[in-house]
Write a protein that binds this ligand. Sequence first.
Ligand code: E4P
Length: 195
Amino acid sequence: MRLFLDTANIDEIRDLAWLIDGVTTNPTLVAKEKRPFEKVIEEICELVDGPVSAEVTALDADGMVAQARPLAALHKNVVIKVPMTEDGMKAVQVLTAAGIRTNVTLVFSANQALLAAKCGASFVSPFVGRVDDVGGGGMDLVAEILETLQNYAFGTEVIVASVRHPRHVLEAALLGAEIATVPYTVVKQMFRHPL
Ligand code: E4P
């Protein structure tokens, strides 16, 4: 199982660079750093030799593609994070055809994951914490997505996202999810046990 760090904080990434296989950022996480977006992404790519997700903010497909191209050109590790919308999936098709990897974010159903995979997404990110927050079963969603994608040869990998506690990581591993993206504090919690 690969472990990504869900942060845009350079100190956190530097501390765990020896352990992690990639990084996911989002606009909220980058905004917290109060530094230019591209600069933060470039620095992360220098620290971690694995996929680094950088999210587009445009709402239309053309706008997403226009934002994605220069971001992807920043570094070979950059993966473009695209929201799960109809326009987002049009953008994923264009980016995939151009050889640019994508991570479809804000996935809340197996049908959404199926559509993302069909459009060529490299990664899909089901948000387990947010599904749990509204009384759903975040891990049931991951199980459904894994079972659905295993029936085909899309080549899309599942990143378990919106992780809130160590149990989420363990349950993702028990289900055989390829990747979990985990906040810094949760990775630190995973090392410890009260006994
Ligand atoms: C994943 O790529 C996202 O950055 C992240 O997991 C969002 O989760 P949250 O906003 O529910 O914490």
